[in-house]
Design a protein around this ligand. Structure first.
Ligand SMILES: Nc1ncnc2c1ncn2[C@@H]1O[C@H](COP(=O)(O)OP(=O)(O)OP(=O)(O)O)[C@@H](O)[C@H]1O
Length: 216
């Protein structure tokens, strides 16, 4: 269960407070693979950051007993001065991974960074950074994965591999996905949340949600 309890979120800008969500009370079901649909600027990434705990609501609380990933495609939390391997170990410790060596090996195999794995991340291309972040995230067992345009990670070969890994995950865990590719959404999700004007609406029927979203 993920429960948004009277959540308000705003940003202070030069033009005053910009309100994204005002006093939202909403339950995100955890027994579905859910697409998060909304136009540019609707608040999808903001909601993701609050769910991941990297940003707090200005008011209210997000209550959950589920373990939630960080947004998968982003290299948030990857330290540029540390090597790929050091980052992997750090992420493993922070997330309570028991078998460090086994995890490290899995990430190394999946990310396919070759010798770069032992070089500082600041020497990586942006695609390589994303591959490391994606591999670190997939290597940890979360209840819910936040997938933010994650399948745009890496080159064609890596994209195929990432897609397969994500499909495997979606069978044993749940995903909450932001993608502007409707075909991708249909492949991974069975239901959706539409964000419109700061309001969240859950649709059990994905196709109905797509119709609402595309008709906006
Ligand atoms: N740090 C910030 N400071 C000020 N405004 C912000 C900040 N982060 C986001 N916003 C604003 O909050 C609103 C929601 O942004 P958000 O990135 O969550 O939208 P989104 O639905 O993910 O959009 P997109 O589909 O374009 O990625 C936007 O108007 C954006 O300009």
């Amino acid at each position: 269960m993920i429960y948004l309890d009277n959540v308000s979120k705003w940003y202070s800008t030069k033009k005053g407070e910009q309100h994204i969500f005002s006093s939202i009370t909403f339950e995100i079901p955890t027994d579905h693979n859910i697409a998060l649909l909304g136009s540019n600027g609707a608040g999808k990434s903001t909601l993701f950051r609050m769910l991941a705990g990297s940003e707090y609501p200005n008011k209210g609380q997000i209550k959950t007993d589920a373990t939630i990933s960080w947004p998968v495609a982003l290299s948030t939390g990857i330290h540029p001065k540390m090597t790929g391997r050091e980052n992997t170990r750090f992420i493993a410790r922070v997330n309570g991974v028991q078998d460090l060596e086994e995890y490290e090996g899995r990430v190394q195999n999946f990310a396919e960074l070759g010798r770069k794995y032992d070089l500082p991340v600041q020497s990586y291309s942006s695609g390589m950074r994303s591959r490391l972040a994606f591999s670190c995230c997939m290597g940890i067992d979360f209840d819910l994965y936040l997938i933010d345009e994650a399948l745009s990670v890496g080159d064609k070969k890596f994209k195929r591999k990432a897609k397969r890994a994500l499909l495997d995950k979606s069978r044993t865990a749940n995903i909450l996905m932001v993608s502007h590719e409707i075909d991708e959404i249909r492949l991974f999700c069975d239901s959706a949340i539409v964000i419109d004007n700061g309001e969240l609406t859950f649709y059990n029927d994905l196709e109905e949600a797509i119709m609402v979203y595309e008709g906006e």
